[in-house]
Design a protein. Sequence first.
Length: 196
Amino acid sequence: MPVEYDRALQALVACTRIDEARTWSDKADALAAWARIYQNDQASVLARRLKLHAYRRMGELAEELRPKHPDAGGPRSLLLEQGLTMPQASAARCLARMPAPNFARACKDPASPVTVAQRQSNRRPVWKRFGRASSMLVTLLEEQSADELARGIRDSGEKALVDGRARVGFLVQQLTELQRLLTRTPRPSTDRTSGD
């Protein structure tokens, strides 16, 4: 770990162990001091900002060390090997790809890395979000046969069965309509300004 990071942690630990008797002789002064510490959010803002930078850099390094390749696991698998969960690995990759101005805005009032990544992905065009979600569904369906999936849902209980039927029905209905809209022949555009 960087020396500066270790020192910062030691300083925070020291602050949590302040001996009020030695630091403040008056309890009213101690209360006022603790209230100022509580109201000053600078330490937590800086910590959240540092975490955002760490996630962004992890995503960049994972991409450099293990670029996406058909025969290798890619950057996400490397992040998972380092102990990140799937949402954390996805957040690191999203933050690494985030344009610098967007990242700078996110650092001004930082949220958790996963939250920032979710906000960023929600700004993407809907067709990109559809592409990502449908790719995940295709991957799942390639890994599990329909029989295995149905058995797993049935074995999970009545609520899972009812929910599974409802979701599959909704997906079939929406995907059928989407396919119809995407495959129909587009209408030729007419020029209404020509006066013909």
